[in-house]
Design a protein around this ligand. Structure first.
Ligand code: ADP
Length: 172
């Protein structure tokens, strides 16, 4: 199973895969960080499609086309804002990953790339966020045999290292 998980460092908008995941905000109308980069890369068509979606609650996910991206689709999910960990953040972050994998499955997608949801402006600590991402990847690989590739895109070398270390523990 482990061979189906890749950890790469770079810009998720450059990744050619069935779907890339956007760490969006609940308006789905664009923002900073990875969200801004995705909207800049797709061109205005993505914003037009997102307007019709009516937003997205924390922990949920919605799918659109990828337009000018090398990825065919974008799965938009809204991670929790970190408030210290006692406000259900972990369960909400898990729910983001689960809903993204479910949407990929329902749409017949076999490859998906994730940024480190919630770990930027939303302030989720990177180690624990990384662990949730990898645990949910392991669970998704067990549930969806058609899933051929899961790519975790780390924006920095340090984040890539966090994924690699956590990977050793989660995929024993
Ligand atoms: P959130 O609001 O969910 O915290 P951010 O976009 O602020 O979302 O950050 C989420 C993660 O995405 C952070 O780890 C950040 O370093 C990373 N990131 C920002 N831009 C990109 C990009 N172009 N490709 C991949 N990861 C990115």
């Amino acid at each position: 199973m482990r061979e189906k998980v890749d950890i790469v460092q770079g810009d998720i908008t450059k990744v050619a895969v069935d779907a890339i995941v956007n760490a969006a905000n609940s308006s789905l109308l664009g923002g900073g960080g990875v969200d801004g980069a995705i909207h800049r890369a797709t061109g205005p068509e993505l914003l037009a499609e997102c307007r019709a979606l009516g937003g997205c609650p924390t922990g949920a996910a919605k799918i659109t086309k990828g337009y000018r991206l090398p990825a065919r689709h974008v799965i938009h999910t809204v991670g929790p804002v970190w408030h210290g960990g006692g406000s259900g953040e972990a369960e909400q972050l898990r729910s983001c990953y689960r809903n993204c994998f479910r949407l990929a499955h329902e749409n017949g997608l076999t490859g998906i790339a994730f940024p480190a949801i919630s770990t930027g402006v939303y302030g989720y600590p990177k180690g624990p966020a990384c662990r949730i991402a990898l645990e949910e990847a392991k669970a998704a690989l067990a549930s969806y045999p058609e899933l051929g590739k899961i790519i975790f895109v780390a924006f920095s070398a340090e984040d890539a290292e966090t994924y690699r270390e956590t990977m050793q523990e989660v995929f024993l």
